[in-house]
Design a protein around this ligand. Structure first.
Ligand SMILES: [Zn+2]
Length: 495
């Protein structure tokens, strides 16, 4: 008997948040150097492990060097040299004493830090990344891939600094200590990679700051102490902000898309905060890019990291307000947005991608339906589409092994089916209530793995038959079975 997808009762979830505009706080120290900054975040880089000496070591080293220079010049231990050495030694001692006796500030007090402010601004063909070091430094290593060093050019501090290949990354190395350096990134020379250095739209780009924040300063490994934000918007225009979301939009984004995004994102964020029972710890930032692509094309990519997501639309299909375009935009938005809650409150084990992506799709479709952004037929169409896609992917082998065979989309479609099937085993159950119950129980066990999911499925469904059907669905090979029937039997618990 073919499965009939069930509809949930809708709840009213109107949002009444006040719209206001966000003003970037431009750090004056950096802003005074250049105008036209969009962001300038103060970042304190703290060495990974506590080094043997403090940040004022530069001075200590210089005092010692002077003493040895005198020794080298005089050739013998002359009286004046001896006095100079004693004086230098005393200076070093005083410095060490003052360092030791210095009252310790709060918190990470004794760990030396490098106060380096990183600002970004758009240029004609790319972005400029500017580093102001409040304590002069002589060397700074970035994880910027060395095979892309040609994309970088030093535009500030050229006379003092050179760009060198260093291990897996590149280093800004000064002939003397420097306090200011800027490099320009050329967008056009992009090299395709899984995690791009920059995603580029028509009037803006999103930089992945993991490539641009220093990982080593003066030869010491550092960790970024207070900049949790991995993605940085570089482009014109002010973001839209209310008390739930912050939105950065490419000026090139077609109106049929841009007019959809803000109200939908606000409503969905409200739905997820409700469903997960928590807000995010940081105001979520959503960044939307657009590229022309081809006529009629409707392509989209999305990426979610802690409290930030970037979505890039490509194609002329976005110029027309069609039901297909709206469905795609809303589904993708709801998918990336729910990842933010998953990442913070229900992070799935990395080995279980089908669960992470499949549940995101199931939660997204349900959120769109319950919040009224999708009608009945749109919600049912999403389920039917997932069922058809899943059936096709099961023809290539097991769901568990699909990603390994290069069929990443299998997890989205079949995971959507698995999550929806499990949720429906309980009267009045929703994917959201199921997922919340799972994440709360599983975090106390072994984390959100598929084994934990099967264990939870038994509790949630109260059925051993359903639980073994679910497990079979994930790990068994249905290549030569009637795959539509396989999915129907998953829902019925008879697989
Ligand atoms: Zn995803």
């Amino acid at each position: 008997m073919p499965v009939t997808f069930r509809l949930f009762a809708r709840t009213s979830n109107a949002s009444t948040s006040v719209v206001n505009f966000f003003r970037w706080i431009v750090v004056t120290g950096v802003a005074s150097v250049r105008s036209g900054f969009d962001t300038a975040m103060p970042i304190v880089f703290v060495p990974k492990s506590r080094p043997k000496s403090g940040p004022e070591d530069g001075k200590v080293a210089m005092a010692s060097k002077k003493a040895s220079d005198i020794q080298a010049v005089s050739g013998i231990w002359s009286g004046s040299a001896r006095l100079a050495i004693i004086a230098a030694g005393a200076a070093v001692l005083l410095l060490i004493i003052s360092l030791v006796l210095r009252p310790a500030p709060q918190g990470i007090a004794e760990v030396p830090s490098y106060d380096i402010r990183v600002a970004t601004l758009p240029t004609e063909n790319g972005a400029e990344i500017l580093y102001r070091a409040y304590t002069p430094i002589s060397e700074m290593t970035l994880l910027f891939p060395s095979d892309q060093i040609d994309r970088l050019e030093i535009v500030e501090g050229k006379d003092k600094i050179s760009l060198k290949q260093r291990g897996e990354g590149v280093a800004l190395t000064g002939s003397e200590a420097f306090g200011l350096a800027a490099i320009e990134l050329d967008y056009d020379a992009a090299v395709e990679r899984d995690q791009p250095v920059a995603q580029v739209g028509t009037s803006a780009a999103v930089l992945n700051m993991s490539y641009f924040n220093p990982v080593q300063v003066n030869g010491q490994a550092v960790r970024d102490n207070n900049s949790q934000q991995l993605l940085r918007w570089v482009g014109a225009g002010e973001p839209f902000t209310n008390d739930r979301i912050q939105i950065f939009s490419d000026i090139g984004l077609p109106t049929p898309v841009s007019s959809l995004l803000a109200p939908a994102a606000d409503q969905l964020a409200g739905h997820y905060a409700n469903g997960f029972g928590r807000e995010l710890s940081t105001l979520p930032q959503l960044m939307f890019l657009f590229a022309d692509g081809n006529a009629g094309q409707l392509a989209v990519t999305g990426e979610a990291v802690a409290s930030q997501a970037v979505i890039k639309y490509t194609g002329g299909g976005y110029l027309n307000d069609t039901p297909e375009m709206r469905r795609l935009v809303l589904f993708n938005l709801a998918h990336e947005l729910v990842h933010l809650w998953q990442l913070e409150h229900a992070r799935v084990a990395t080995t279980t991608d089908w669960l992470h992506e499949g549940v995101a799709n199931a939660l997204a479709a349900e959120a769109l339906y319950i919040s009224g952004l999708w009608e009945d037929d749109e919600y049912l169409l999403a389920l039917e589409t997932a069922k058809n896609e899943c059936a096709a992917y099961l023809g290539t082998g097991t769901l568990k092994g699909a990603a390994g065979r290069g069929h990443y989309q299998a997890g989205y479609a079949c995971g959507h089916m698995a999550a929806t099937a499990l949720a429906s085993q309980r009267e009045g159950g929703t994917v959201m209530s199921m997922w919340r119950a799972f994440s709360e129980s599983a975090t106390q066990m072994q984390g959100l793995t598929d084994e934990a999911f099967y264990q939870f499925a038994r509790d949630w469904s109260g059925s051993d038959k359903f639980t073994s059907s679910l497990r079979s669905f994930v790990i068994s090979n249905y290549k030569s079975a009637d795959r539509d029937e396989v999915i129907d039997r998953l829902f019925a618990g008879t697989l």
